[in-house]
Design a binder for this molecule. Structure first.
Ligand code: NAD
Length: 504
């Protein structure tokens, strides 16, 4: 094995890459080879306050710039993202492990939010009513919140930050991105492109770090809004701490997404869809399907057989290889071991392991963090492998006897991020979409991630806070509404009035 030099990954504050000292460091790996490739800086409270100061100073000038001119920066950023799409995708694969085509898809989904943000002059238009009372006009307008921070997970190093900062900065805010310390290089590439697009220094900052920097962001009074995406325990605590310090917070958490397969569904088509939805990106997607709920014994038998046949041929390997595999490694060795431990737990709990992918051999990469796909059948809803988010390539089959039982199973789970139903029956699909307690529903669509011009977010313990990410909710989150009521004097006025005003 050739030794890869370990590179230093620092911060981008006030338009410059910061010097190396005095930060603590965490290792960054290429999961496909198992090598340490980087050492990422972990900001302390002082470094975090430097980033907040830079963002705070840049605020007045940036928010005074017309929305049209802010949109033009977004247009240029979009063009640069298109130019550098391959470079960004490769950087994602190198630190996350997902296969290259999947990484390209991720960048494209982020780019779509930039396209949405290019329409900010239109999106910021308020409402206007003439003559709400005699000679009185009233209108609303949207103002930026101020300094906003985004704290993001490892599994979408480009897309999840791009759910946040394009809209935030187009609205006139400045932004501090605190990416995952497991995949920190890609956000720095995005910062370079924003600079090239003409964004003034301090408007967008990348602060690498862990808990210490997050705690400072949550408590510093100059930060007005926090967007978080990650696991539920952290989301809940960020929501509580941020709110207690007077900030608006949107905190998206974990998931356990169910796909219901009705007896009338195209079972082969559903199995194809499940393979991508359960095992794509090694199951490390918040919208991955981790529970299949076939309705009726015959449906279950056919579905499990169809999945088993496909699993025998799943190609696993380094996502950067020319003959691109279908599934790459897990993000770290620890995470791989944790997922493997869940398979042990499932066996102890009495689930039937139909396909065991734990022992996988990827030629040329003996130290990569690989784990093959696992399929459990006869999983019951009291098992830990059913209730907990595994976040790996492990699919559980929970059999339901009828449609109502399937709906009840999905609705009893504490998470409610996304869900899907596969059926040819419009009535079943429509009833499911209405009855199901989840934020995003697919009908014969396994991963129903809303487009950039809709908003993304789950229900129940998959999201804390009122507003979803991107789309119209993104504009609402990153702006404060002001409503103005105006009357202009017309010649000689009446005497002063001392009663509560009512519109006449
Ligand atoms: P994580 O919760 O471990 O980390 C997310 C972010 O929080 C990182 O930036 C991390 O540095 C920071 N963090 C971690 N511990 C912290 C602490 N104690 N205090 C303050 N900050 C802390 O999540 P992850 O492992 O990076 O990502 C996987 C999780 O993210 C899964 O649960 C997945 O479902 C979830 N996710 C959800 C969505 C969604 O839209 N709902 C999208 C992507 C990922």
């Amino acid at each position: 094995m050739t030794e890869t030099p370990v590179h230093e990954i620092n911060h981008y504050i006030n338009g410059t890459r910061t010097p190396k000292e005095p930060d603590r460091r965490a290792p960054v790996y290429n999961p496909a080879t198992g090598e340490q490739t980087g050492a990422v800086a972990l900001a302390d409270a002082e470094r975090t306050r430097d980033a907040i100061t830079a963002a705070h100073r840049a605020l007045a000038e940036w928010q005074a710039m017309t929305p049209l001119r802010r949109a033009r920066v977004m247009f240029r950023f979009k063009a640069l993202l298109e130019r550098d799409l391959s470079r960004i995708a490769e950087s994602i694969t190198r630190e996350h492990g997902k296969v290259l085509s999947d990484a390209r898809g991720e960048v494209t989904r982020g780019l779509e939010v930039v396209e949405f943000a290019c329409g900010i002059p239109h999106l910021l238009k308020g409402e206007h009513s003439g003559n709400v009372g005699s000679d009185v006009d009233s209108w609303s307008q949207r103002h930026p919140v101020g300094v906003c921070a985004g704290i993001t997970p490892f599994n979408f190093p480009a897309m999840v930050p791009m759910w946040m900062f394009p809209i935030a900065i187009a609205c006139g805010n400045t932004f501090i991105l605190k990416p995952s310390e497991k995949a920190p290089s890609t956000p720095l590439l995005l910062a370079e492109l924003l600079e090239e697009a003409g964004l003034p220094a301090g408007v967008f900052n990348v602060l690498n770090g862990d808990r210490e920097s997050v705690e400072t962001l949550l408590t510093d009074e100059r930060v007005g809004a926090i967007s978080f995406v990650g696991s539920t325990p952290i989301a809940e605590s960020i929501y509580a701490t941020g709110a207690a310090h007077g900030k608006r917070v949107q905190a998206l958490g974990g998931a356990k997404n169910h796909m219901v397969i009705m007896p009338d569904a195209d079972i082969e088509g559903a199995a194809d869809a499940l393979m991508g939805a359960a095992y794509g990106s090694a199951g490390e997607r918040c919208m991955a399907i981790s529970v299949a709920v076939p309705v009726g014994e015959e449906t279950a038998e056919r579905l499990v057989a169809a999945l088993k046949a496909r699993l025998a041929n799943l190609r696993i390997g380094n996502g950067l290889d020319a003959d691109e595999p279908e599934m790459g490694p897990l993000v770290t060795r620890d995470h791989r071991d944790k997922v493997a431990e869940y398979v042990e737990i499932g066996l102890r709990e009495g689930a039937e392991l139909v396909h065991d992918g734990r022992e996988v051999d990827v030629p040329g990469h003996p130290d990569g963090f690989y784990m093959g796909a696992c399929l459990f059948d006869h999983v019951s809803t009291d098992m830990r492998i059913y209730n907990e988010e595994i976040f790996g390539p492990v699919l559980s089959v929970v059999r339901a006897s009828d449609f109502d039982e399937a709906v009840a199973i999905v609705n009893r789970h504490e998470f409610g991020n996304g869900t899907a139903i596969f059926t040819r029956d419009g009535d079943a699909a429509r009833t499911y979409a209405v009855a199901i307690e989840a934020g995003m529903v697919g009908i014969n669509v396994p991963i129903p991630v809303p487009m950039a011009f809709y908003s993304f977010g789950g229900w129940k313990r998959s999201r804390f806070g009122v507003l979803h990410a991107h789309g119209p909710d993104g504009v609402r989150f990153y702006t404060r509404m002001k409503t103005i009521t105006a009357r202009w004097p017309r010649g000689v006025r009446d005497d002063n009035q001392f009663v509560m005003p009512t519109m006449r």
